[in-house]
Design a protein around this ligand. Structure first.
Ligand code: GDP
Ligand code: MG
Length: 368
C-alpha cells in the first residue's frame, strides 16, 4: 500500500514516464521519475487515462482474508444471534421488550439499558443475542450488502390474526438466507387467539409444526403477559446447539456494523456485532471506507469493556468516519489499516468522478 513513484505508476498504467510527467504538469504538479505520488493524484491520473482503479486483489484485502474459514479445530460454541421478524403489529417490538425486561440481571434492574441495536440475555447460564431492529429492514438490507449476521429467525405470528402477507415475506427471506425459523405464536392472551388455525396456515407455507410431525418449533407466547418466553429462549438454545453455532475466538476480530452514527461528543460511534475472533482496545480496524483504532468499547448494559468475543454486540469508538450498517469490520495489522481504507475511498472517489464526468459532458452538450 501507500504512495507509488512516478516510475511505478507509469509501469502500472502502461505509459511512458515522460508521458506521466507531462500529464502531472498539466495537473499542476512538477514531478521527477522517482518522486512519490499520493493516492488522490494517482486516481486523478488514472481518470485522465480512462483507467479504472481496481479493487484490491483478495490476497491483499483484509476483509477477504478475514472471511477465509477457520480451522474447524479452532471453533468453539458461541451465543446464537437472533432476529425477530413478522407481520406489522403482530408484536415484534413487544416481544423484544418483554424478553429484555424479564431477562435483565439484577445489576441493571430498574436501570436504563443502553440502546445499541442489539442485546444479550441469559437463559440457563447461556447467552443469546437479539438484534434490536425488528422487522425485515435490518435483516434484508444487511443481507443485500452481503452481511449474514443472523443464526436464527423468530417468526412472530399473532394468534388472533394468523398468517399475513409480511409473514410470508419473512418466511421467504429466512428460507433464502438458509436461517432456521422458530415460530412464536404471540398474543395468546387475546380472546380470539386460535393457535391451531395459525399452525394450519403455516403448514400451508411449508412450516409444519413438530406436534404435527413436522420439524418447525412453534411456541405459544404472550408478550403482554410475559408467558412462554423462557420456553422460547430454551428452544433458541436447542436450535443453536443443533446448528453448532461456533466461532474461533483466538484470531483478529471480524464483525458487522449493525448501526453507526456521528455523536456530537464522542465522534463516530459504530455498533459492531463481533462474529469471529476477539476485538480489543487498541486494535487497528477497518470498516468499509473507514479506519481507526479501538479507543473504547461499550456493551449493551452501558459498561466499558476491554474486549469483545464472538457474538458480542459493542459500541466501538475510534473510527475516523461513520461506516455504513452492513459494512464488515475487520481488525488488521496497524500498518495496512489506513492504506486499505484509503484505497477504498480512492476507488469510491474515482467511481464518483467518472459519474460526474459523464454528467458534465452531458451538460456541455446541452449547452451547445
Ligand atoms: P410490531 O409492529 O410487530 O412491532 O408489533 P408491536 O409490538 O408494536 O405490537 C402491536 C400491538 O399489539 C400493540 O398495540 C401491542 O400492545 C399489541 N401486542 C403485542 N403483543 C401482544 C400480546 O402478547 N398480547 C396482546 N393482547 N397484545 C399484544
Ligand atoms: Mg415494531
Amino acid at each position: 500500500g501507500g504512495p507509488v513513484t512516478v516510475k511505478e505508476l507509469a509501469g502500472k498504467m502502461g505509459r511512458e514516464v515522460s508521458d506521466i510527467i507531462k500529464k502531472l504538469m498539466t495537473l499542476g504538479t512538477m514531478a521527477t521519475i522517482n518522486q512519490e505520488v499520493d493516492l488522490d493524484t494517482a486516481v486523478i491520473l488514472a481518470g485522465e487515462y480512462d483507467i479504472t482503479v481496481e479493487e484490491l486483489p483478495p490476497e491483499e484485502d483484509p476483509t477477504e482474508i478475514a472471511e477465509i474459514e477457520d480451522d474447524p479445530a479452532s471453533l468453539v460454541l458461541r451465543p446464537p444471534v437472533v432476529t425477530v421478524m413478522g407481520h406489522v403489529d403482530h408484536g415484534k417490538t413487544s416481544l423484544l421488550d418483554a424478553i429484555r425486561q424479564t431477562n435483565v440481571t439484577a445489576h441493571e434492574a430498574g436501570g436504563i439499558t443502553q440502546h445499541i441495536g442489539a442485546y444479550q440475555v441469559l437463559c440457563q447460564g447461556k447467552k443469546i443475542v437479539f438484534l434490536d431492529t425488528p422487522g425485515h429492514e435490518a435483516f434484508t438490507s444487511m443481507r443485500a450488502r452481503g452481511a449474514q449476521v443472523t443464526d436464527i429467525a423468530i417468526l412472530v405470528v399473532a394468534a388472533d390474526d394468523g398468517v399475513m402477507p409480511q409473514t410470508v415475506e419473512a418466511i421467504n427471506h429466512a428460507k433464502s438466507a438458509k436461517v432456521p425459523i422458530i415460530v412464536a405464536i404471540n398474543k395468546m392472551d387475546r380472546p380470539g387467539a386460535n393457535p391451531d388455525r395459525v399452525k394450519q396456515q403455516l403448514a400451508e407455507q411449508g412450516l409444519v409444526p413438530e406436534d404435527w410431525g413436522g420439524d418447525t418449533i412453534m411456541v405459544p407466547v404472550s408478550a403482554h403477559q410475559k408467558t412462554g418466553l423462557s420456553d422460547l429462549l430454551e428452544m433458541i438454545l436447542l436450535v443453536a446447539e443443533m446448528q453448532e453455532v461456533k466461532a474461533n475466538p483466538n484470531r483478529l476480530a471480524y464483525g458487522t456494523i449493525i448501526e453507526a452514527e456521528l455523536d456530537k461528543g464522542r465522534g463516530p460511534v459504530a455498533t459492531v456485532l463481533v462474529q469471529k475472533g476477539t476485538l480489543r482496545i487498541g486494535d487497528s480496524i477497518i470498516a468499509g471506507t473507514t479506519y481507526g483504532k479501538v479507543r473504547a468499547m461499550i456493551n449493551d448494559r452501558g459498561d466499558k469493556v476491554k474486549k469483545a468475543e464472538p457474538s458480542t454486540p459493542v459500541e466501538v469508538l475510534g473510527l475516523n468516519d461513520v461506516p455504513m450498517a452492513g459494512d464488515v469490520l475487520a481488525a488488521v495489522d496497524e500498518k495496512i489499516a489506513r492504506s486499505v481504507a484509503e484505497k477504498r475511498v480512492a476507488k469510491k472517489r474515482s467511481e464518483e468522478m467518472k459519474e460526474s464526468q459523464k454528467v458534465s459532458l452531458d451538460d456541455l452538450f446541452k449547452q451547445i
